[in-house]
Design a protein around this ligand. Sequence first.
Ligand SMILES: Cc1cc2nc3c(=O)[nH]c(=O)nc-3n(C[C@H](O)[C@H](O)[C@H](O)COP(=O)(O)OP(=O)(O)OC[C@H]3O[C@@H](n4cnc5c(N)ncnc54)[C@H](O)[C@@H]3O)c2cc1C
Ligand code: SF4
Length: 338
Amino acid sequence: MINFEYARANNVADALRLIAADPAAKFIAGGTNLIDLMKEDVERPTRLVDISRLPLKGIEETADGGLRIGALVPNSDLAYHPLIEARYPLLSSAILAGASQQLRNMASTGGNLLQRTRCFYFYDPATPCNKREPGSGCSAIAGINRICGILGTSEECIATHPSDMCVALAALEAKVHVAGPAGERVIAFSDFHRLPGNTPQLDTNLHPNEIVTAITLPAQGFARNYSYLKIRDRLSYAFALVSVAAALELEGDTIKQARLALGGVAHKPWRDMAAEAALRGQAANHATFRHAADLLLRDARGYAHNAFKIDLARRAIMRTLAQAAKATPQSQSAKKIR
Ligand SMILES: Cc1cc2nc3c(=O)[nH]c(=O)nc-3n(C[C@H](O)[C@H](O)[C@H](O)COP(=O)(O)OP(=O)(O)OC[C@H]3O[C@@H](n4cnc5c(N)ncnc54)[C@H](O)[C@@H]3O)c2cc1C
Ligand code: SF4
């Protein structure tokens, strides 16, 4: 048992003051990831700053026709919100593909962005891991790497970001609003998470002592032609081996706009502008989808146990795009379990 202090923040300024007072403090929201990491001795905060009662639980329309989602909106409230279901069903589907109903009830929007990798070695302090202990080595590269990445990996880390929700947010070009000692700033979703490079201990570009306050979505929600496909070892309650978020705007059979983001393959939700450009202006058919998938995977690299992900990702991209084009998104049976 490690000792730690507990402090509850009443507002954002209070949270920023409490976190700045202790360099080893951590925010806690739903606690569904942080508490596990503390139990496994991976995280050892000296102080927990409880932000769960901050007034960041609203979902509001913005002047430009988009939505602003408070960082403490629980994942289930977000997935089932009428405006999300109607205008951003891709986001709703992705959230409902993750975790379990109980976890989604606790998990917050901000915490989902900041959840840590599920790499087995990261959770096992008896093994070297550059993300947990920089400079100690990467056990996964020559180890059990079935769940690891195939895109954007480095010689120091091949872990993946485990979120489903973030894959949809990447495709929808969300923005992350943060507050910190230097004031407020807005980060494009594609710039929020990082590739491992030689600093795999850093998952995101959030500065020390900054807090995520909200996510904003632009007006375009791709509510008609979208699909989120998650391939995993079990049908529920499992992280993605590969997941794909696809969103299309069609004019007849021609693709006017395309968004494609992948989960389970990289240290961040993976988008490839060349693959999206290859879809634009083309007929929505098998050949177009195959070309985009090949482009997206052109630099993919498999390891001993996960090379299968390259072909799996290719097939998943093609299927997801086909489902999106036909306006037949994957079954959303989880919606019935409220
Ligand atoms: C068994 C299990 C299965 C799961 N399956 C899936 C799955 O299939 N798909 C999926 O996407 N997720 C899955 N999850 C992960 C779950 O979605 C995350 O644990 C959850 O979203 C984290 O949110 P939280 O509020 O509980 O975060 P916490 O555990 O409270 O915090 C996580 C991290 O975020 C930081 N933090 C939290 N809020 C903020 C903020 N506003 N600003 C700055 N920092 C913040 C904390 O300091 C901490 O470092 C699973 C989790 C479990 C335990
Ligand atoms: S892949 Fe990353 S998280 Fe996993 S052992 Fe290597 S350094 Fe650690």
